[in-house]
Design a protein around this ligand. Structure first.
Ligand code: HEC
Ligand SMILES: [Cu+2]
Length: 320
């Protein structure tokens, strides 16, 4: 289908969004034409002084007709709801094989980081035909990560992780904008997304100066910040072991159960008193104000990398 206002459709999601847009445009446009046509023709036909027939409605237009068109429109709008929300729901959970990349927004730039630690500013290189998941946070105000050609827009919040995913379908350079007013130079907070062939991306990545990867930095912080004093395997403090935590369901002391995702790990570090793990004392100190967002992302990446032994062995086999 034609792209809206000749904006390229560069992801699988963009195609779905445009189909819905055109579907709604055609449907609401034709409804509007129909209503206008009826209004005008009735106004002409029943104008004052015309001798059109004005008696009661013919038998045909009674009850059944009313029920018929009401349920037809109900069905139609139910379908629209299902259609649009199913596209939205597809946008929520990234496929399991998605490449993970990190984004930190700050006044007024985008800092991005690849899984091997390579960093970029106001740019992000991604491979084509491969799902990419972005885990994003802000160092200051609320920003919004907006790539029009991808039909992807997600607020980026301080003190919280948000994520989106996309799968680019064509190579090229596409503008990245901040879509949430975030201060004086908001309008200059621009970047570019470079979609490359998969081989080219792999080559490009090996040519980047390899920063320490996030999990690696996190592992060092884990010791430097004293986390390991309580959480290490052989610690004498009664604290939960973090191996295999990520993705698991955690039983909390107040009876609730939560899934250990990025947000949960971040909250555990910044607001440890909020979710107390069942069977433990609330002795973990808050690290709020002691760690910056980059450090929290690194620690989260480290905790995520602590797969349980069995799961770790399984993924290694898959990689062989
Ligand atoms: C004084 C000991 C202590 C220190 C230091 C400490 N923790 Fe904890 N941590 C605990 C205890 C006890 C719990 C369980 C009770 C709770 O949920 O608050 C916990 C819970 C957690 C959880 C949730 C675990 C689960 O099974 O759901 C995470 C994640 C975590 N800590 C990460 C960290 C990180 C990262 C650091 C370092 C920045 C750290 N902790 C420092 C004692 C500590
Ligand atoms: Cu911004």
């Amino acid at each position: 289908m034609n792209a809206i206002f000749s904006l390229p459709e560069a992801t699988t999601h963009a195609v779905r969004v445009d189909q819905i847009f055109y579907g709604l445009l055609i449907l609401s446009g034709s409804t509007m034409l129909l209503v206008f046509a009826l209004v005008i023709s009735f106004a002409a036909r029943y104008r004052r002084g015309s001798n059109a027939k004005r008696g009661p409605l013919p038998e045909f237009f009674k009850r059944e007709f009313e029920i018929g068109w009401t349920s037809a429109t109900l069905f139609l709008f139910g379908f629209l709801f299902w259609w649009a929300s199913s596209a939205d729901i597809k946008g929520i959970a990234a496929p399991a094989n998605a490449l993970e990349m990190h984004v930190v927004a700050k006044q007024w730039m985008w800092k991005t980081q690849h899984s091997n630690g390579a960093r970029e500013i106001n740019a992000l290189h991604v491979p084509v035909d491969q799902p990419v998941r972005l885990v994003m946070t802000s160092q200051d105000a609320i920003h919004s990560f907006f790539v029009p050609a991808f039909r992807v827009k997600q607020d980026v919040l301080p003190g919280q992780d948000t994520s989106i995913w996309f799968q680019a379908t064509r190579t090229g350079v596409f503008p990245l904008l901040c879509a949430e007013y975030c201060g004086t130079n908001h309008s200059a907070m621009r970047g570019r997304i470079v979609v490359m062939r998969q081989e080219d991306y792999a080559n490009w990545l090996t040519r980047q100066p390899e920063g320490d990867d996030l999990a690696h930095v996190g592992a060092k912080l884990f010791v430097a910040q004293g986390c390991s004093g309580c959480h290490a395997e052989h610690s004498s403090v009664h604290a939960p072991k973090l191996t295999g935590l990520y993705g698991r369901t955690v039983q909390l002391s107040d009876g609730r159960q939560v899934k250990a995702d990025d947000q949960y790990i971040r909250d555990s570090i910044l607001q440890p008193k909020r979710d107390i793990v069942a069977g433990y004392e609330p002795i973990m100190p808050s690290f709020s104000g002691l760690l910056d967002d980059g450090e929290i992302q690194s620690l989260t990446a480290y905790v995520r990398s602590l797969r349980s032994e069995k799961a770790g062995a399984a993924t290694e086999q898959q990689n062989d």
